[in-house]
Design a protein around this ligand. Structure first.
Ligand code: ATP
Length: 447
């Protein structure tokens, strides 16, 4: 299968942004997660191709492919090798570097149902989550690129405290604001919610005596109403030591902004690259938690205000303003909206990402059970980084592959996971960095 011919570098693509360390095809060492990702284990038959590469980095070459005349575009390797290829012949003029970005596996077999995902202009939210390091960011970013290239103004949000969206897109997306991503056809923006920075700001502003800092900060987070109304409850002091779950609270408040702010209304697809499992579950249960807390605060407020008004009416003073409770009630309604959003099968879907190992599959099974308990819609499971049937004498590859097949089998038998659409995504032999590479991965996964 030739992927290269369909890889077209988008306008504004800057090859120098992409960095790649070629691998040596040595299978003798046990690869780490990161080295596996860039595939140290390439059957020896193919290593000359890599050795013949003359360009400085492969992602550059993926991008350059699109500039090469059609006649110079890559040929596929013989099918018997079982590789998916994106490229090349090394004998071409230097000007037209070509690369075979091969996936070390057969392409995804199950159809992800992308047609359904892309259909319609009603806003849809996709949350990708799973165990650390399985490829959540790569899958989320590739989905965002695919949506944008299919005409959807798309926003990709990272709620993972250890952000890797910037690394994945090979662009600086940090800063906690919307940053345009260069490359895709329709607008694609990224937002990394920076909990460290937010926490620091929080600490600083909450130390200000007059408390206005807290209000400004919370205004910025879409929670100004809460700060205003709880000012007399010394919110600043309360939050001086950030409570557990603040990261998730910040992420949620951004979600609230998406729902209401006109500047976000253009986005018809919002993709969340979520934090590893534990954080994500906290994030999903937070609206309930906040709803309950606000409910309690409201009750307290009402009690205080009715007691105060009773006293005041005895002494003939004017009634206190009753706006506070109304405003809190509004915030509570927003939380309910967020909760509904998480549970709305029409607009939201949580996609579990895993790898074919017993540990990752077990965790995915538990994650699905928890999501079900929270009534969060899940229909797809991506099994990422699958190795091909071994086409060489690489012992490591065949043992690893057998292990992976056992894990895939486990998915079929798992009561939590067997009902999901399983999307098999191959392990590709370059690090997935930059829009062209994400587009390549996206075209394999999201069909
Ligand atoms: N199918 C794949 N083939 C090759 N490399 C991959 C594949 N999927 C992901 N990778 C690589 O694996 C590494 C980890 O991927 P990624 O950052 O997407 O995972 P993550 O689950 O988001 O990690 P974290 O939990 O640390 O945020 C990256 O170097 C990425 O390029």
């Amino acid at each position: 299968m030739v992927y290269g011919s369909s890889t077209r570098a988008p306008s504004g693509y800057n090859p120098s942004l992409y960095k790649y360390q070629p691998t040596n095809g040595n299978c003798s060492k046990t690869p780490t997660r990161k080295t596996m990702a860039s595939s140290t284990c390439i059957p020896s038959t193919f290593t000359p191709i890599l050795h013949n590469l003359t360009a400085r980095n492969s992602m550059t070459m993926v991008g350059l492919l699109s500039y090469a005349p059609k006649t110079l575009r890559p040929l596929s390797l013989p099918k018997s090798f079982g590789f998916s290829s994106l490229s090349t012949a090394a004998k071409l003029p230097r000007k037209f570097f070509q690369l075979q970005v091969r996936s070390v596996a057969t392409p995804a077999e199950a159809v992800a149902g992308f047609d359904d995902m892309v259909a319609g202009t009603q806003r849809k939210y996709y949350m990708l989550g799973g165990k650390g390091g399985v490829g959540k960011t790569s899958c989320a970013a590739s989905l965002a690129v695919k949506f944008a290239n299919n005409g959807h103004p798309t926003l990709v949000v990272s709620t993972d405290p250890a952000h890797s969206l910037s690394d994945s897109f090979a662009q600086d997306l940090a800063g906690g604001t919307l940053v345009p991503v260069d490359g895709p056809e329709a607008p694609l923006f990224a937002l990394e919610i920076n909990p460290e920075k937010a926490r620091e700001e929080f600490r600083n502003v909450s130390q200000k005596n007059d408390g206005t800092g807290v209000k400004d900060f919370m205004d910025g987070m879409g929670l100004g109403m809460l700060a205003e109304q709880l000012g007399d409850l010394k919110l600043g002091e309360l939050l001086d030591t950030p409570p557990p779950g603040l990261d998730e609270a910040l992420a949620i408040s951004k979600v609230i902004q998406f729902l209401e702010a006109p500047e976000y209304s253009m986005f018809t697809r919002i993709v969340f690259d979520t934090a590893p499992t534990g954080h994500t579950l906290r994030l999903l249960s937070l609206p309930d938690f906040l709803d309950q807390s606000i409910g309690k605060i409201l009750q307290l407020k009402q009690k205080i205000s009715s007691a105060t008004s009773a006293i005041k009416s005895v002494f003939g003073q004017e009634q206190p303003q009753m706006g506070a409770a109304d405003k809190l009630e509004k915030l509570r309604e927003r939380m309910i909206k967020v909760r509904e959003l998480f549970h709305d099968t029409d607009s939201t879907e949580f996609v579990i990402v895993t790898i074919p190992t017993v540990m990752a599959v077990s965790e995915s099974s538990r994650l699905h059970a928890s999501l079900k308990k929270e009534s969060v819609p899940v229909t797809r499971l991506i099994v990422n980084q699958i190795l091909p049937p071994s086409a060489s004498d690489c012992k490591f590859c065949s043992i690893k592959r057998k292990d992976q097949m056992r894990a895939l089998d486990m998915i079929q038998k798992d009561t939590e996971l067997s009902g999901l659409t399983v999307i098999q995504a191959p392990l590709v032999d370059v690090e997935i960095r930059g829009v062209p590479a994400l587009r390549f991965l996206g075209d394999i996964i999201w069909k």
